[in-house]
Write a protein that binds this ligand. Structure first.
Ligand SMILES: [Zn+2]
Length: 257
C-alpha cells in the first residue's frame, strides 16, 4: 500500500531547485501522494498549479494563523471563490497558534479569521487542515459552537489524550504525526501514537519544516514519511502492512481523495 504525506508544503522555495528529484525520492520509498495546504492567498495559485501539473498532489486553500500580517479584509471572499471554483480537498491550513501569539488582540484576530474559515468550510462541506498550538480547547469550542461536521486533520497533533478523544470522537477528525515522533525525547507524543486507535492516525512530514532526528538532508522532505512510518511500526503491535494500509485509508477517507 503506498503512503500519503498528508501535510507538506511542496510550493515552498526549498523544493523549486529539484522538484522532480524530491518527488522521485519520495516515490522510491513508496510515498506516492501529497496533500499540499496553502498558508495565504498569495500562494493559492502556486499550490493550484502544482496540483494541476501532478495528479498525485492534492491541494487545499486556507489562511494560516502564523501569517496574520498577510491576510487582508477581503481574503475570506477570495478563499471562498477559490474553494468554489478549484475543488480543493480541504480548507487549510487554518487554526490558532497561541504559542507564537501572546497578545490578546492578536489572539482575537486569529480567532475571528479561524471562525470565518470554519464557517466557510462548513457551508462548502469541506474538511479542514488544522494548525493548533497552545489552543486546543479554544479550537474545540469553535468546532462545537459551529456544529462542524466535515472533519479533517489536526496536523502535527500535540495535545492531550482527552483532547485527542474529543477531536476524533465528537468531530470525526484524524490526528497527524510527523518528524517530532522520531525524537526519542518526545515521550508524550510517542505515548499517543502507541495508544490511540489506529483509525485516528495519519502521517505527515510538514516538509520543509519539522526536522527528524538525525536527519541528513538540509530540509525535511516527503520521502521521510518512510522513516516516520517505521517509528509508528515500532511503537505499535499491529503488523507493518496493516498499519500502512490503515494510515493511507485514514487520509483518503477524511479528505475524500
Ligand atoms: Zn504546515
Amino acid at each position: 500500500m503506498p503512503f500519503i504525506d498528508s501535510h507538506c508544503h511542496l510550493d515552498f522555495a526549498q523544493f523549486s531547485d529539484d522538484f522532480a528529484g524530491i518527488l522521485s525520492a519520495a516515490n522510491a520509498l513508496n510515498v506516492m501522494e501529497f496533500v499540499v495546504p496553502s498558508i495565504a492567498v498569495n500562494n493559492f495559485d502556486k499550490v493550484l498549479a502544482l496540483a494541476n501539473q501532478y495528479p498525485a498532489i492534492h491541494h487545499a486553500f486556507g489562511m494560516h494563523p502564523c501569517f496574520m500580517a498577510q491576510h487582508q479584509g477581503d481574503h475570506v471572499q477570495v478563499l471562498e471563490q477559490y474553494a468554489d471554483k478549484h475543488q480543493p480537498c480541504a480548507i487549510g491550513e487554518i487554526g490558532l497558534d497561541y504559542f507564537i501569539e501572546k497578545d490578546a488582540q492578536g489572539r482575537q484576530a486569529q480567532l475571528d479569521l479561524f471562525e470565518a474559515q470554519i464557517s466557510l468550510a462548513d457551508s462548502a462541506d469541506l474538511p479542514v487542515l488544522l494548525h493548533v498550538r497552545k489552543a486546543h480547547d479554544q479550537v474545540l469550542s469553535v468546532l462545537k459552537k459551529s456544529k462542524f461536521q466535515a472533519g479533517g486533520i489536526v496536523h502535527a497533533f500535540n495535545g492531550s489524550f482527552e483532547q485527542a478523544a474529543r477531536y476524533t470522537q465528537e468531530f470525526g477528525f484524524k490526528l497527524g504525526f510527523g518528524g517530532a515522533i522520531t525524537h526519542t525525547r518526545a515521550t508524550k507524543l510517542r505515548d499517543l501514537v502507541s495508544k490511540l486507535a489506529l483509525s485516528d492516525i495519519v502521517l505527515e512530514t510538514d516538509a520543509p519544516d519539522m526536522p527528524l532526528a538525525n536527519m541528513s538532508q538540509a530540509f525535511n522532505q516527503p520521502a521521510n514519511i518512510k522513516v516516520i512510518a517505521e517509528v509508528v511500526f515500532a511503537l505499535r503491535s499491529e503488523s507493518a502492512a496493516q498499519i500502512e494500509r490503515q494510515l493511507t485509508q485514514n487520509t483518503r477517507s477524511c479528505l475524500n481523495i
